[in-house]
Design a protein around this ligand. Sequence first.
Ligand SMILES: Cc1ncc(COP(=O)(O)O)c(C=O)c1O
Length: 375
Amino acid sequence: MDLRTKIVHAGVDRDPATGASSVPVYLASTYSQKDPEQPGRFDYARSGNPTREALEKTLAELEGGATGLAFASGMAAIASTFLLFQPGDHLVAGMDVYGGTFRALDALFARWGLRTSFVDTTDEANIEKAIEPATRAIFIETPSNPLLGITDLAAAAAIARKHGLLAVADGTFATPYLQRPLEFGFDVVVHSATKFLNGHSDVIAGAAVAREAELGERLRFIQNAFGAVLGVQDSWLLLRGLKTLGARLDAEQKTAHWLAERLAALPEIAAVRYPLLPGHHGTTREVGDRASAARLDILDDNRVRRAVGEGKSVVHHAVLLADRPEVPLALGEVHRLLGGRCERCPNTEHGKNEFFHHLILYRSRSGRLRPLCRQ
Ligand SMILES: Cc1ncc(COP(=O)(O)O)c(C=O)c1O
């Protein structure tokens, strides 16, 4: 079946209880039981809810895993996955993982006794070198945020298998439409569903999908015990957003490629980070001829710095604006051109030392590059 068709019909196509063609928002927190000794499928909504379950089945089917789980945010999905490990354990993670993931590992889980070595996973030899006797898992983000580095998933999974480690991938930027880490031998794929999966900037959500049912049940236990579940209305919104994943990503790939090639040719731009441009950081084997990320990073140089009037070192994230169809989508949102951190929008966090700037770069009549802060 064509993947776009599969996306539209994946999971629970209609409400099993009523036949409604859109799974209803089941707001109930509790479900009465005919026999308290033998509870029905649903009893308390943290443990299970029909709307969330429809979403979870969809996520599992799209990733090709046995168990899908929906969480209150990407960080909730990631942190809940880290709860598979215990104090004394050690992880090997990408040095360019999302800043919030770095912060959770560095400031929270490290305090709790879970250590992490951060290495450049775009060269898989670094993964193997960092493995210790206490290592239990590798955590790969590909493409990574913010540098869009690409890690060879098959090679990373083979290293994990050789050393008996769990392989976990953050697939936020590619989504299962472009990359399915479980097919490369990964055990768990996690997502910030806030981004491309939902795609409409109206939900904070996370997902974890396990390849095997046994691991899926361990994660389901954590989901229920820790309790960072996705709310019902957000589950429904995410189900709806997912239906257009294929159409949105097709458009994003086209426009991202268009923009990347043109920006790369501009003398004001020092570098464009885009997985399909020659010389990109990390192999592009995983993404083949499809750009996995619809986001571009334009590394600043002095000329751009002068042009935008900034005295600091900046990294510009160029992405997509829906009302300019020739330009690509940023972080999966349908209305924004650029993503990153800005002095004027201090709420966004990357947790690293670089300074990021929310910019839409456009050429003014005089030919100068000009910034347009969107927040
Ligand atoms: C790659 C990646 N993983 C995880 C997260 C965290 O997701 P959330 O903001 O939904 O908690 C983000 C957020 O930007 C991200 O970019």
